[in-house]
Design a binder for this molecule. Structure first.
Ligand code: NOJ
Length: 557
């Protein structure tokens, strides 16, 4: 299977493609993506040149949070298919040389999970309630939530239940939507059951697990009030000593899990989704007996600015190199505005879905920058993540009608935050009008696609050498030819303001122009550029891959 040529584990340099299954491809013609649809498009992914896929949750779920509300961790949502479809995805992906990571959501279950239903039924003080955080309320008659914790989706992190006798009763904790009650990881029953869940999927052949909301999993004893400072928002990138985020005991769970993963062959991997306040804190999740890699949120958040990007690249490498962990790079996901839209706005930095929301986006500018950003990301040392549709240069769909929006953020903020549906619109595969081959003609996909996507289908872009798809294919092929750029030393070259210029050993030089003037590239061979050079010079908001020959220094003119 694909990966480094030097025998080191595949995940150290892998480019992983994120599949959001409901929006990828509809195989059974009901308007929702599914596993038969995914199977049918695996050859597309192999041809694209990625090393594997990360599949967002595919488990049974009431879909209160797009599948991140799981009601059975050992099965497949009927909307997506069956366990044998999942086995077929694994088998066929592996036959094509693609690795498969799935998405484990251990911080919470669905409120329809049998454990939660049993906890409601069993009442206060029962062992069933021990699996979650049930507490009495404060104030007269327990009308106030047990503490001041907030939910990532807005409002209090507590919801009150009606007890079996019909009276208002205890409260339960949900750091995300009320339909996602937090599990109590101090309860041995929870720990033991998840050991078995890990084995269940490793035995079926998954190559790894992405761990959703990893820092949320343990809470400070006694559940003390949090000090959120002036901003009553879920800004975990800024929290240093928070009682429900990045609490030390969380690492015990990952040590336990690592011991399980290490009993399997084939370099199984854990990827942490850990949005924490510093790279040092993130590094703790990546100690040799914990997780293998992590998403790089500071990189995803960075504005389109040379100095900001240089700084986050330097900090990332300075954190990870000494601990022997590969860096990863990511530009978008199912949680953030699509890159093309973000880079076309005045506010190019975006982590909170509200950042830049409502600002006009210049799609041509955003596309140009997103193409340059792709060449930058794929030239950096380590692994990378590409979110489905990023390779087509899809924009966010910001004008979805209110009545189709499903994100709990939209619902829980009373429409103040539009949420993440705009980056989850189904993929346009072919044809000149919706559903663009996502579903059979005449079937309406679960979210409507814009008519303007006719030029952005995989089919249209496949036959266009200048398309974003062709650029990704070319870059990924070159990356392969260059051995995944595996562990080649990274070094900055001297460059003028607004220009990023670095080498990967003798194999590749990458120049990214975020300055104000075209950049002279010298005489070395240009292997690939995000847009055509003009008189041998690299235009603004463009990037080039060059075969270093020792001549030519990038200078702004
Ligand atoms: C992070 C996931 O990426 C996001 O989609 C989800 O809403 C939260 N975790 C809660 O599971």
């Amino acid at each position: 299977m694909s990966g480094s040529n030097d025998g080191s584990p595949w995940w150290r340099t892998a480019v992983m493609y994120q599949v959001y299954p409901r929006s990828f491809a509809d195989g059974n013609g009901d308007g929702d993506g599914d596993l038969p649809g995914l199977r049918a498009h695996l050859p597309y992914l192999a041809d694209l040149g990625v090393d594997g896929l990360w599949i967002s949750p595919w488990f049974p779920s009431p879909m209160a949070d797009g599948g991140y509300d799981v009601s059975d961790f050992r099965d497949i949502h009927p909307m997506f298919g069956t366990l044998s479809d999942a086995d077929a995805v694994l088998r066929e992906a592996h036959a094509l040389g693609l690795r498969v990571i799935i998405d484990l959501v251990p911080n919470h279950t669905s409120d329809q999970h049998p454990w939660f239903l049993a906890a409601l039924e069993a009442g206060p003080g029962s062992p069933e309630r021990q699996r979650y955080f049930f507490r009495d309320g404060r104030g007269p008659d327990g009308e106030e939530p047990p503490n001041n914790w907030i939910s990532a989706f807005g409002g209090s992190a507590w919801a009150r239940v009606t007890e079996p006798d019909g009276r208002p009763g205890q409260w339960y904790l949900h750091l995300f939507a009320p339909e996602q009650p937090d599990l109590n990881w101090h309860d041995p029953a929870v720990l033991e059951d998840f050991d078995d869940v890990l084995r269940f999927w490793f035995d079926r052949g998954v190559d790894g697990l992405r761990i959703d909301a990893a820092p949320a999993m343990t809470k400070k004893a006694g559940l003390p009030d949090a000090d959120y400072g002036d901003v009553l928002e879920f800004r975990s990138l800024e929290w240093d000593d928070n009682p429900h985020w990045d609490v030390e005991e969380v690492h015990d769970i990952f040590r336990r899990w690592r011991a399980i993963a290490d009993t399997y062959d084939g370099d199984r991997v854990f990827v942490a989704e850990a949005v924490v306040s510093s790279q040092e804190r993130l590094a703790k999740y990546l100690r040799p007996d914990e997780m293998h890699t992590a998403f790089n949120f500071p990189y995803l958040t960075s504005p389109w600015d040379a100095e900001a990007l240089r700084e986050v690249i330097d900090t990332t490498l300075a954190t990870f190199e000494p601990i022997g962990v590969p860096a990863t790079w990511v530009l978008s996901s199912h949680d953030v505005p699509r890159t093309v839209t973000r880079y076309g706005r005045a506010t190019t930095s975006s982590f909170f879905i509200t950042d830049g929301e409502g600002e006009e986006s210049d799609q041509a500018l955003g596309t140009r920058r997103a193409r340059a950003a792709a060449l930058l990301m794929l030239a950096l040392p380590g692994g990378a993540y590409v979110y489905q549709g990023e390779e087509l240069g899809l924009p966010n769909v910001d004008d979805l009608p209110d009545e189709v929006l499903q994100d709990p953020m939209f619902i829980r903020t009373g429409g103040e935050v539009r949420g993440r549906d705009g980056c989850r619109v189904p993929i346009p595969w072919s044809g000149s009008s919706p559903p663009f081959g996502f579903s059979p003609d005449g079937v309406r996909p679960w979210l409507p696609q814009p008519e303007s996507w006719a030029a952005l289908t995989a089919e249209a872009e496949s036959s266009d050498e200048g398309s974003t798809l062709s650029l990704y294919r070319a870059a990924l092929r070159l990356r392969r030819v260059l051995g995944g750029l595996a562990d080649l030393p990274f070094g900055w070259r001297e460059s003028s303001e607004g220009v990023l210029d670095f080498e990967r050993g003798n194999a590749l030089r990458c120049v990214v122009n975020i300055g104000e003037q075209p950049v002279e590239l010298g005489d070395d061979e240009v292997l690939l550029s995000s847009i055509a050079l003009v008189d041998g010079r690299l235009p603004v908001d463009a990037a080039a891959w060059i075969r270093p020959g020792g001549r030519g220094m990038a200078t702004g003119e």
